[in-house]
Design a protein around this ligand. Sequence first.
Ligand code: FES
Ligand code: FES
Length: 164
Amino acid sequence: MTISITCQVNGTNVSLDIEPRTTLVDALRQNLGLTGTHVGCAHGSCGACTVLLDDHAIRGCLMLAVQAQGHAITTIEGLSNPETLTPLQASFRKHGALQCGFCTPGMVVTAHAVLRDNPTASADEIRESMSGNLCRCTGYVTIVEAVLDARPAYQTPANQESPQ
Ligand code: FES
Ligand code: FES
């Protein structure tokens, strides 16, 4: 049995016929080919599957795709620019804030939401807001440094929606 839903993904209206048990992250990856969003623990602990739902950072593994009916989803692809790195991505590279990169899409999506809501976030605020995103190889010092360094890109009104 499948259920038909319509939602917006990265600014584009999409229709999906999907099994009720399919998680949002599986629908994004398998039905829409948006494999930038990763699946780590698949039970809400690691943050690798973080996407924006109506601009709120959520875990795609904890939400059923059918619950996205009528909502707007933004994935790491929607926060990226094919021409160049975004300021946040460039800052992650500058600070060496990744090794294997598995956690990075979730980190970047969460960091985007944090800085959009609080463009002057302190290191402690960034640590607390991103504490649900786990990295198994880099450690967190360089990640926090990268997010701190990206703050100016979010401090002008025109850039707060999606600095790309
Ligand atoms: S894969 Fe969703 S929180 Fe780990
Ligand atoms: S860079 Fe490998 S898990 Fe974070």
